[in-house]
Design a protein around this ligand. Structure first.
Ligand code: R5P
Length: 303
């Protein structure tokens, strides 16, 4: 795909996977590439069958498939698609996996535990994927096990576009030290101060507690909590309560991946979060969503 300029992607074909529909159309449009939606059949025993409904021989295939819940099903579909594209003679295969599951299992945290993301990336490469593009992979070293080329989009600055339109006295808060760099980038866009909360997760119970903010004064500020993902909403709920208890006037949250498990939405709202901002790496209805088609396509084009 390197030699062709913007709007001239005659050879590229975007294969929209069963979990790719929130981004595949936009990416194909931005690339000026043909969009082919993959066919899917589910059998009574739970097995699935994917089908690429036309020839892709000699073409640069861009598979778009996110791996949100049910993660394992979406992962299998991705692997089947990559292997099929390879057998059908695609010239190159790029997997765009906007939300890459298992990123938080990036090492064995205890003896005998799987380093799941490492296993997944090895299989993905073996299935014929030459290049992998993903968005905000929790930690920058999470993709080390993938042997092909890697493209990472960190869209926290883009996520601040709608935030900046709704807020006048911003202050950016990272719910833990791991999110500090995101907070720095967000605060640069919003032109305001930022800090992080000293968060602790009990390794046995998984329970999270928040001790103190590293610096800053939340008094009368509109706090924007930034994070890579919202899963159960526990982290954001705690951060929100923490901010209000330190004088915040309002709390909103901006997170790249909205997994929103179980009753995450209610948990967050009950903690006083007034608005949720996210991106379309995962489809979700109760938030202000930022479309990343353009940013993903630009990354594909300029590699
Ligand atoms: C933790 O390291 C992550 O960056 C997120 O803060 C965490 O995964 C969010 O999970 P939950 O919504 O369940 O608190």
């Amino acid at each position: 795909m390197k030699s062709q300029g913007r709007g001239g992607r005659g050879n590229a074909v975007v294969l929209g996977g069963p979990a790719g529909s929130n981004l595949d159309g936009g990416i194909a449009r931005e690339l000026g590439a043909e969009l082919v939606r993959v066919h899917l059949r589910n059998f009574p025993d739970g097995e699935c069958l994917v089908k690429i409904p036309q020839s892709i021989r000699g073409r640069d295939a861009v598979i778009v498939q996110s791996t949100y819940f049910p993660q394992d099903t979406h992962i299998m579909q991705l692997l089947f698609l990559a292997d099929t594209a390879s057998r059908m003679g695609a010239r190159s295969i790029t997997a765009v996996v906007p939300y890459l599951a298992y990123m938080r299992q990036n090492k064995s945290f205890a003896d005998g535990e799987a380093a799941s993301i490492s296993a997944l990336l090895k299989v993905l490469y073996a299935s014929g994927v030459d290049s992998l593009l993903t968005v905000e992979p929790h930690r920058s070293d999470a993709l080390f096990a993938f042997k092909g080329s890697k493209l990472i989009l960190n869209p926290i600055d883009r996520l601040m576009d709608p935030v900046s339109k709704n807020i006048r006295r911003p202050f950016v808060l990272a719910p833990d030290k791991g999110s500090l760099e995101r907070a720095r980038v967000a605060a640069t866009v919003l032109n305001c101060d930022y800090t992080y909360i000293d968060k602790e997760r009990n390794p046995v119970t998984g329970e999270v507690s928040m001790r103190d903010a590293a610096s800053g004064n939340f008094e009368d500020k509109e706090i924007v909590v930034v994070d890579d993902m919202i899963s159960t909403g526990g982290t954001i709920a705690l951060a929100s309560r923490f901010a209000y208890s330190h004088g915040a006037a309002d709390v909103s949250v901006a997170a790249v991946h909205l997994l929103m498990c179980n009753s995450a939405y209610n948990r967050i709202r009950h903690a006083g979060v007034s608005r949720i901002y996210g991106t379309n790496t995962i489809p979700y209805e109760n938030a202000v969503m930022v479309d990343l088609s353009k940013e993903i396509s630009e990354l594909l084009e300029w590699r």
